[in-house]
Design a protein around this ligand. Sequence first.
Ligand SMILES: *[C@@H]1O[C@H](CO)[C@@H](O)[C@H](O)[C@H]1NC(C)=O
Ligand SMILES: *[C@@H]1O[C@H](CO)[C@@H](O)[C@H](O)[C@H]1NC(C)=O
Ligand SMILES: *[C@@H]1O[C@H](CO)[C@@H](O)[C@H](O)[C@H]1NC(C)=O
Ligand SMILES: *[C@@H]1O[C@H](CO)[C@@H](O)[C@H](O)[C@H]1NC(C)=O
Ligand SMILES: *[C@@H]1O[C@H](CO)[C@@H](O)[C@H](O)[C@H]1NC(C)=O
Ligand SMILES: *[C@@H]1O[C@H](CO)[C@@H](O)[C@H](O)[C@H]1NC(C)=O
Ligand SMILES: *[C@@H]1O[C@H](CO)[C@@H](O)[C@H](O)[C@H]1NC(C)=O
Ligand SMILES: *[C@@H]1O[C@H](CO)[C@@H](O)[C@H](O)[C@H]1NC(C)=O
Ligand SMILES: *[C@@H]1O[C@H](CO)[C@@H](O)[C@H](O)[C@H]1NC(C)=O
Ligand SMILES: *[C@@H]1O[C@H](CO)[C@@H](O)[C@H](O)[C@H]1NC(C)=O
Ligand SMILES: *[C@@H]1O[C@H](CO)[C@@H](O)[C@H](O)[C@H]1NC(C)=O
Ligand SMILES: *[C@@H]1O[C@H](CO)[C@@H](O)[C@H](O)[C@H]1NC(C)=O
Length: 490
Amino acid sequence: MIASYAKLFAAVCGLASTAAAVNPLVVEGKDFVDSVTGERFQMIGVDYQPGGSSGFKGTSDPLSDPASCLRDAAIMQYLGINSIRVYNLAPSANHDECVSIFNAAGIYLVLDVNSPLENGSLNRAAPWESYNDIYMQQVFGIIESFKNFPNVAGFFSGNEVINQDSTEDVPNYIRAVQRDMNDYIAKNSNRTIPVGYSAADVRPMLVDTAYYLSCNLTNATDSRSAFFGLNSYSWCGDATYESSGYNVLTDDFKNVSIPVFFSETGCNAVKPRTFSEIESIYSTNMTDAISGALIYEWTQEANDYGLVQINDNGTITLLTDFINLKAAYDKLDFSAIVASNATQNSIEAPVCDPDFITSNVTKDWDIPTRIAGIDKMINDGYTTNVSVGSLVSVSSTNLTQTIYDPSGNIISGIMLNVLANGTVNKPGGNSTTTTVSSSSSSALPDTASSSSSSIGSSASASTTTGAAVSHRAATISGLGVLVATALLAL
Ligand SMILES: *[C@@H]1O[C@H](CO)[C@@H](O)[C@H](O)[C@H]1NC(C)=O
Ligand SMILES: *[C@@H]1O[C@H](CO)[C@@H](O)[C@H](O)[C@H]1NC(C)=O
Ligand SMILES: *[C@@H]1O[C@H](CO)[C@@H](O)[C@H](O)[C@H]1NC(C)=O
Ligand SMILES: *[C@@H]1O[C@H](CO)[C@@H](O)[C@H](O)[C@H]1NC(C)=O
Ligand SMILES: *[C@@H]1O[C@H](CO)[C@@H](O)[C@H](O)[C@H]1NC(C)=O
Ligand SMILES: *[C@@H]1O[C@H](CO)[C@@H](O)[C@H](O)[C@H]1NC(C)=O
Ligand SMILES: *[C@@H]1O[C@H](CO)[C@@H](O)[C@H](O)[C@H]1NC(C)=O
Ligand SMILES: *[C@@H]1O[C@H](CO)[C@@H](O)[C@H](O)[C@H]1NC(C)=O
Ligand SMILES: *[C@@H]1O[C@H](CO)[C@@H](O)[C@H](O)[C@H]1NC(C)=O
Ligand SMILES: *[C@@H]1O[C@H](CO)[C@@H](O)[C@H](O)[C@H]1NC(C)=O
Ligand SMILES: *[C@@H]1O[C@H](CO)[C@@H](O)[C@H](O)[C@H]1NC(C)=O
Ligand SMILES: *[C@@H]1O[C@H](CO)[C@@H](O)[C@H](O)[C@H]1NC(C)=O
C-alpha cells in the first residue's frame, strides 16, 4: 500500500528517484569498487534460492515475497554479509519491496538472468537453436526488472553452461549473450551494470574459459565478461590453503584481468562445516586474485548445504553451519579488505590470443550474429509482461517469525536495521542482538509523535512530506541500535 502510494506520487510528480541506497558498484581493472567512495568491494555473501530451482514456477521467486525477504535480510545482517546471489527469477514478478529491503540492509545482489523453464536458458547441446528472441525475452526481462536498483552488483549471463562436452561451440554463444546484454544495458539502463559468467571448477578448461570470456576482442563490440564467478568446492573440513588447492587456484586467477570471486563455495563432505577457508579467502594470500565468496547456500534443501532451516510452522532455525560461518566472519579484519589498490584497478584486458588457450576450449572468437528480433528488443526496450522495478520505502523492520538457535532456544532482537545512505553491511557490525527497551523513545528527537512502538519500525508513509527523501537516524545510547526512518524512493 505504501509502496504503491510512493510510486503513484513519483509518477504524478515526475520526480527523479533520489534514494537512500547503497552506492552502485563498478568494475575497475581486477576489482569491484564502490562508485562513490572508491573503496574496494569484496563479496561476503551467500547463495539464495529458497525452495531450490525445482520450486521455481515462473510466477514468483525468492525476491517477490517481502515477508521472507524481510526475515532473511535481517538475519543476513546479523550474519554480517554484504551480498547474495539469486538464480531463478521471474521478470513478471514485482521485486520492489524485496530489493528495497536488501538495499536498506546494505546487501548487494548478483542475479542470474536464466530460468530453468522451457526456453529460459541456452541449450548447451545446441546453442544455435536456443539463442533466439524467445530466450532473450527472459534475459532482457530480468534486466528490465532489476536495472533501476542501485544494489544490483551484476548479472550472470550463464551458470556452468560450458562443460567438458561443450567447449567447442558454447563459449562463443556466451559471448553473444553477453554482447546483447551489454548492448541492452547501454541502450536501456541509466547505469552500466556489470555482466559476468559463473563457471564450474573443471580443469583444465577453467582458466581458459576465464581467459576466453575476459580477453579484449578488438574487432567486435563488447562481449567480454566484466567478472568471473567460480563454483568450487575443493576446501573440505579442516583442509589447508595448500591441501585444498586454493594456492594453485590463486595463482591461476592472479592474471585474469577481471574480478573473480567464488560464486558458490562451501564443501559439505565434512559436517558440520567450520568454514576454515574464510580466513584464507580474505587473507593477503588470496585477495589480489579473488574478490570474496558466496557460500552455498542460505536455506536447507535436500542436498544439505543449508545455513538456516525454514520450518513448516513458519519459524526459522539457524543451523550450526550458520553459527560457525558467523564466527569465521567475525574474525575478519574488514578494514584490511576494503583498501583500494591502484595497480589492481588499472589492470587491462589482454587482446584475445589463440595461443593462450591450452585446453580444448575453442580458439575461435567468431561471435554469432544476432537476429533482427533481438536487435528490435534492444532498440525498443522489452517490457512485455515485465514488472520494471524501482526502490520503494521500507515500512516494516520487525520480524513476525520466531528465530531459533541450533539448540531450539529462541533468539530475540534480530530485526532489519535500515542503514544510512551509502552504507554496506559488514561482519561484526551493527546487527541487533539486544531487544530494545520501550523507555528509549525520547531519544528520537525529530520523530513527531514519538511512542515506544515507533522504535525499530520505520514511520509510515503518512509521516513523509513529499520531499524527495526523509531519512532520520538515531542511535539509542548504550544499545548501538540504529533506528532509522527512511523514505527510500519517491
Ligand atoms: C546518497 O549518496 C549519494 C552519493 O553520495 C548521493 O548522490 C545521493 O544523493 C544520496 N542520497 C540521499 C538520499 O542522501
Ligand atoms: C519455446 O520456443 C519454441 C520455439 O523455439 C516455441 O515453439 C515454444 O512455444 C516456446 N515455449 C515456451 C514455453 O515459450
Ligand atoms: C575436452 O577435454 C576433456 C579433458 O581435458 C575431455 O574430457 C573432453 O571430452 C574434451 N571435450 C571435447 C569436446 O573434446
Ligand atoms: C533514466 O532516468 C531518467 C530519470 O529518472 C528517466 O526519465 C529515464 O527514463 C531513464 N532512462 C532509462 C533508459 O531508464
Ligand atoms: C601474468 O602476467 C604477467 C604480466 O603480464 C606475465 O609476465 C606472466 O607471465 C603471466 N603469468 C601467467 C601464468 O600467465
Ligand atoms: C598463506 O600462505 C602460506 C604459504 O603458502 C601458508 O603457509 C599459510 O597457511 C596461508 N595462510 C592462510 C590464512 O591461508
Ligand atoms: C516450530 O517448528 C520447529 C521445528 O520443528 C520447532 O522446533 C518449534 O518448537 C516449533 N515452534 C512452534 C511455536 O510450534
Ligand atoms: C596491489 O596489487 C598488486 C597487483 O595485484 C599486488 O602485487 C600488490 O601486492 C597489491 N598491493 C597491496 C598493498 O595489496
Ligand atoms: C580493447 O582494445 C581496444 C583497442 O586497443 C581499446 O580501445 C579498448 O579500450 C580495449 N578494451 C578493453 C576493455 O580493454
Ligand atoms: C575477431 O578476432 C578474433 C580473434 O583474433 C577472431 O577469432 C575472429 O574471427 C575475428 N572476428 C571477425 C569478425 O573478424
Ligand atoms: C554502529 O552504529 C553507530 C551509529 O550509526 C556508529 O556510530 C558505530 O560506529 C557503528 N559501529 C560499527 C561497528 O559499525
Ligand atoms: C519492533 O520491535 C521493537 C524492539 O523489539 C519494539 O520496541 C517495537 O515495539 C516493535 N514495533 C512494532 C511496530 O511492533
